[in-house]
Design a protein around this ligand. Structure first.
Ligand code: MIC
Ligand code: SF4
Length: 839
């Protein structure tokens, strides 16, 4: 069954007209990314040739997806926005809160008991506000979205950085913080700086041990974790068309690891096959009908360097399987070089555990190829050396791979099948012995491998590879095993070689599932009361942040100067902390506990300048808060890399940090800071990072004239009485400065709603749109009548004449509706219904 088919059809009906209008303004051939972006401008957004990497643009995404760990904060904010219902189709997915320990059944039961309060909260909020709810065990957000909601040419946002996975089905899908989701669900515009465009041309064809995962592992090696910042990556070429749709999903998924705003592919047969296989033949048919609009213009792909800001070319026929890591997803090593690299760097080479699945690599194709290797273990009389585990991406996948015998094949090599959830990927892994903090190596097919991420052990070296390679390495138990060239010794002492993996792109018998785990919202949720207990330690209603007092911030202390990589996992750890994602005060106790303090090179140990003692970061910050002293956090490059979790911005805000000053930001985190009323600033001169000393107090001199594109000035008052004056940059536009002034974007939204009543929006603006349509129909009818009167119409009997008039009105009305729909984002069906009623 296809969800929201009418919305998709309306989107397609409007697309050609919108693209034509954009073409006139941009005046050159268009990339696919531009076509989708330009056809999703918000109603009031003026159409112009937007500056890539410069113009802030208002968009109207088609849908919103949220996962349980971020949905709690997003929905708490949505509740304070005071809207009766979501303005666009939205869903919640319970996937992050299930600890992987004994196996799917037991683990799910434990989670359903331990997190009952949170799941109940999420399901009642969803039911009330018209949000589709996917229960615990139903699957991981991005896999479920790909299977059910993603559609070529669509635009969506999601409160998870891997929302970008839906690019595999030709979407522009973007990871955001909860406050952004609240904007869209409230029917307001969603603002994004018009992205730059990176074109990646894929030539050749994958074969043997190489898979789609290796494409993105290679790209990450080329572009690094910062290389995609502020850009959309568009893949094209014969190599792209030869990839499966789910393979494309894997590539887009890990685009988050290069900081890309999103990645996408043009519509092709692989997408058609996937849509058909997942019960969405109607979507495939509708997409096919406008296929030219769901691909970049041929001129673009013929001379990409003219139309993209950067072009990369990869020949899939020459691509080698890769392993990326440890501790960062862009440290790419082709498998043939792993032996030398591991030796050089002292990486432990014994593989303790191999893990496959997750939102990144859970397709039928992935699992079937990995299973083909598992089957070889018995056939070749081998023994699997490492532990092995699987996290299926959805119940539909799990059900189908069980039916087709793959689970049984993994069972035979001693695999544990965990719940259809994130589990070990996000530290929800009760791994035996991890508390001993021993140096060890694991390999997985997930996307991230930051320190401590999987099992909380900072000494676990995690390497990312394709499910096939992970399975082979787990069988061999050796990180340096190259299945393309190396032999294994079997139980009989014979030398054997693994055959390259084989599998099916899609199940020949079709997908199947008994209970997908979906709960539709109530038709009328207005009577539903959402309860949050004031004594709960899992959920806490939000208090608005204080507005800015209009004065320069002065006397700020340095809470921490973070050294090196400081991802959102360092700022707000996941794992055991996930359970506090709905309770701002409780989760704030993990603030920056993973970051390394520049001044003493220690983790979670900073100086409290009020007493000179070193203590844990949250404790020191709470002391400053108690004394009413504002603080500043200083950071390095790509600060806030990784997750979309806005807790990494809300926690410092809640505890009284006023400024985050860094060499550079990751996109989502920078926006999250702005939304929560924080000052996110960058050094104008990166070397000034070195000027900030541990005992400094810091003053702004010109915050009172905070304005777009005007740098700010800071005075660093050093302990020895000397001073330094430094310039800092920011990217706040006029509207974002208002968020800062109001204390947060949500405060400003609340104030606007109070003043203006319901904002014009997708749903709310319907009245205005219908009025326009009606006026148009009336005008046409009048014109036809007039024509008939003047006898300029064909002289036919009255009945026939009436028919002519009716036909003319209908035709004209259709035209008007189409035009109006093209201008505003509403479904044609709704407008037509309203017009009919009026007639
Ligand atoms: C992740 O992969 O890091 C997460 C957990 O899915 C996050 C979201 C979160 O922190 O809840 C993400 O990628 O945005
Ligand atoms: Fe879950 Fe991991 Fe995917 Fe994030 S990356 S959504 S934690 S499976």
């Amino acid at each position: 069954m296809a969800f929201d088919l009418e919305m998709i059809k309306a989107c397609y009906a409007a697309m050609p007209g919108r693209i034509a209008a954009a073409r006139k303004v941009v005046n050159k051939p268009l990339t696919l990314s531009e076509k989708i972006l330009y056809s999703h401008l918000f109603g009031d957004q003026k159409l112009e040739n937007f500056g890539r990497g410069k113009s802030y643009v208002d968009f109207a995404p088609d849908r919103v997806a949220m996962q349980d760990a971020t949905a709690q904060m997003a929905l708490l904010q949505f509740m304070s926005a005071g809207r009766p219902k979501v303005a666009v189709p939205s869903t919640v997915h319970c996937d992050h809160l299930i600890v992987a320990k004994a196996g799917a059944k037991d683990d799910l039961q434990v989670a359903n008991t331990e997190s009952k309060e949170v799941f109940d909260f999420l399901s009642s909020v969803s039911t009330k506000y018209g949000i589709g709810f996917w229960k615990p065990g139903a699957g991981i957000i991005h896999q479920v979205v790909l299977e059910n909601y993603a559609f070529p040419g669509g635009m969506m946002i999601g409160t998870d950085s891997h929302t970008v996975n839906a690019g595999g089905l030709g979407m522009i899908a973007i990871g955001v913080g909860g406050a952004d989701a609240v904007d869209v669900m409230s029917g307001m515009a969603w603002e994004l700086k018009f992205p730059k465009l990176i074109g990646i041309k894929l030539t050749g064809k994958l074969s043997g041990w190489t898979s789609a995962k290796d494409v993105i592992l290679k790209v990450a090696g080329i572009l690094t974790v910062k290389g995609g910042t502020g850009a959309i990556v568009e893949y094209f070429g014969e190599g792209a068309e030869a990839l499966s749709c789910t393979g494309k999903g894997t590539i887009c998924n890990m685009g988050a690891e290069i900081g890309a705003t999103t990645s996408t592919f043009g519509y092709d047969e692989s997408m058609e096959r996937y849509l058909n296989a997942t019960g969405r033949a109607e979507v495939a048919k509708a997409a096919k009908a406008i296929r030219e609009h769901l691909n970049g213009d041929p001129e673009v792909y013929a001379s990409p360097e003219k139309y993209f800001d950067q072009v990369v070319e990869i020949n899939l026929s020459e691509l080698e399987p890769h392993l990326n890591g440890p501790f960062t997803p862009d440290l790419a090593t082709p498998i043939s070089k792993m032996k030398a690299e591991a030796e050089k760097n002292g990486w432990p080479t014994k593989v303790e555990v191999g893990l496959i699945g997750s939102c990144t690599n859970s397709s039928y194709e992935d699992i079937s190829r990995a299973a083909s290797l598992a089957r070889q273990v018995a056939n070749k009389n081998l023994k699997t050396k490492s532990e092995f585990a699987i996290n299926p991406g959805s119940e539909q996948i799990r059900f189908t791979i069980e039916r087709d015998g793959f689970i049984a094949a993994f069972d035979k090599i001693g695999a544990k099948v965990f719940a259809n959830a994130c589990g070990p990927c996000i530290g929800m892994w009760s791994r035996l012995g991890s508390e001993k903090k021993e140096k060890n190596t694991i390999v997985h097919s997930f996307n991230r491998n930051f320190q401590s991420r999987n099992d909380g052990n900072p000494n676990t070296f995690a390497f990312v590879g394709s499910p096939e390679l992970v399975t082979a390495l787990a069988i061999a138990g050796d990180l340096t095993f190259n299945p393309e060239t190396d032999y294994l010794i079997n139980e009989n002492g014979e030398k054997v070689k693994l055959d390259p993996p084989t599998g099916d792109e899609l199940p020949t018998k079709g997908f199947d599932v008994k209970d997908p785990g979906y709960l539709a919202p109530a038709a009328d949720g207005s009577k539903i009361i959402v309860k949050v207990s004031p004594t709960s330690d899992r959920l806490q209603l939000l208090e608005p942040f204080k507005a800015w007092d209009g004065k320069n911030l002065t006397g700020l202390r340095v809470l921490i100067k973070a050294k090196g990589k400081c991802t959102t996992d360092h700022i707000s750890m996941a794992g055991k902390w996930l359970k506090y994602r709905g309770h701002l005060d409780n989760i704030s106790n993990n603030l920056l506990i993973g970051a390394t303090n520049f001044y003493n090179e220690k983790i979670n140990s900073v100086k409290n300048t009020l007493n000179g003692q070193y203590d844990e970061v949250p404790k020191v910050q709470r002391d400053y808060k108690l004394h009413g002293i504002g603080t500043i956090v200083v950071g390095d490059e790509n600060y806030g890399e990784g997750s979309s979790r806005e807790h990494a911005a809300m926690e410092p805000r809640h505890l009284g940090v006023r400024v985050i000053l860094v060499k550079s930001f990751a996109r989502i985190h920078e926006t999250n800071l702005k939304k929560q009323g924080m000052l996110g600033l960058t050094f104008a001169n990166k070397d000034d990072y070195n000027k900030i000393l541990e005992d400094d107090t810091i003053d702004f001199t010109d915050l009172t004239s905070f304005a777009p594109e005007v740098p700010l000035t800071l005075i660093l008052n050093h302990k020895d009485g000397t001073k330094d004056t430094i310039k800092v940059n920011h990217t706040y536009n006029a509207n974002q400065i208002e968020w800062f002034k109001a204390g947060s974007a949500l405060n400003l939204m609340g104030a606007t709603f109070k003043k203006e009543g319901p904002a014009k929006s997708n749903g709310q603006g319907l009245k205005a749109v219908v009025a326009k349509a009606k006026a148009g129909v009336k005008a046409v009818a009048k014109a036809v009548k007039k024509a008939l009167k003047k006898k300029t119409a064909p002289k036919k009997p009255v009945k026939a004449a009436t028919k002519v008039v009716k036909k003319a009105v209908k035709k004209a009305a259709k035209k008007v509706v189409k035009k109006v729909v093209a201008k505003k984002k509403v479904t044609a069906r709704k407008v037509k219904k309203a017009v009919k009623k009026k007639k």
